[in-house]
Ligand binder design. Sequence first.
Ligand code: ADP
Length: 431
Amino acid sequence: MQDLIRILLVDDDEIDRLAVTHALRQSGLQTEIEEADSLAALRLALGRSFYDCLVLDYHLGDGHVTTVLNEHTPKPSFDGEPARPTLPPVIILTGSGNETVAVELMRAGATDYLPKEELTPSRIAQSVRNALRVHQSEAAVRQAQRDLEQRVIERTAELAAANRELELEMVNRHKAEGRAREHLEQLAHVARLSTLGEMAAELAHELNQPLGAIANYAHGCSKRIQNETADLDMVREVFDKIALQAERAGQIIHRLRRLVSRRQPDLAPADLNRLIEEVVGLQAGEAAQRQIALTLQLSPSLRPVRVDGILVQQVVLNLIRNSIDAVSTLEPQRRHVTLRTETAGSDHLRVSVIDDGPGCAPDVLDRLFDPFFTTKNRGMGMGLAICRSIIESHNGELWVRPNPEHGLTFFFTLPTETTAPTGTEATEGET
Ligand code: ADP
């Protein structure tokens, strides 16, 4: 069954009102018609009741309907909600020749207009139906727009929540990375201490040399002063030699103190060749004692690397010590260990530690970097595992290859800083 359509008909001409009421009754629409004859009565009725449709004469005795339409112009809301009409659909009745005005009225918010001379039951029924349909469609569009906006708000809230979660995850990951770095440094520190513990005897021997020399120079000088055979030039020469030896001892202690120190990982631009030379300086004594030729082939003008210098030195120290252990089993003239630095590609440096030692069986090669893998009686098997973690934490790689004839070569790479070369002098020679 069709719903009852509540219509407010406003016309100041009673004959016209009768004609419209008659046409509506004949139209077949289920209508309930309320009548009014002025703008004032229209305002009153609108304030009092709800209507499905208004049928308004354009020109009423107390004014034009435009005023009422303007009073009800939908106002845009501040929160972006689509403007909501406050009037039901409006059909304007115009006299002949009033179409231009009717079009104006439609711009002002009317839904349709109907020239009075075309007033037939079917024409008014069509106009009312159209007006209701347009009104419903507009309401549906507004609802759809509201739904869409609601979904946008919900989706934005979801995305904001996801964003917050992601940020939290990043903070947590950052913290975890920080903890992992700290852990690595702790592990590396323990390993450095145990390596230095192993090296203690050699280091003591290394220190004894300059200290012994200082003592000898001092005694010799003192004797010559007692015998009154010393002259000023000779004494100055001896003091210069003493100072030189004291400096040598001081450097050894300085390098040791740096390696023993325990502090937060600290990335800074560094000259890789210089880092290597410092470590080799600590190992030179032992190499000489074991009759090992320790050779440096350092490429000049390498770009600086951004590293924690102590950690990289620890890697070099570990690789050199392993190579020294490996070649120590050979007859003295075959004991060679070489350290090489070079540029690898456009943005990396590569370090190679090459030895002529016995190498190792192919099936063992893959396991050298496993934690606790060792073939030494007093080995811990942690050195290479820690070295690999250190290099990877610097975004580099550490790997091993057997040499064509004898021994192994350990390689590691480090990314360079994107700055100019350091201008290090080329160094090649035996220590
Ligand atoms: P550790 O020195 O305590 O054994 P590392 O992790 O430094 O621990 O080394 C693990 C093992 O790798 C060594 O025990 C040794 O068998 C092997 N290795 C390391 N470097 C060499 C090398 N240059 N030549 C032959 N074997 C090596």
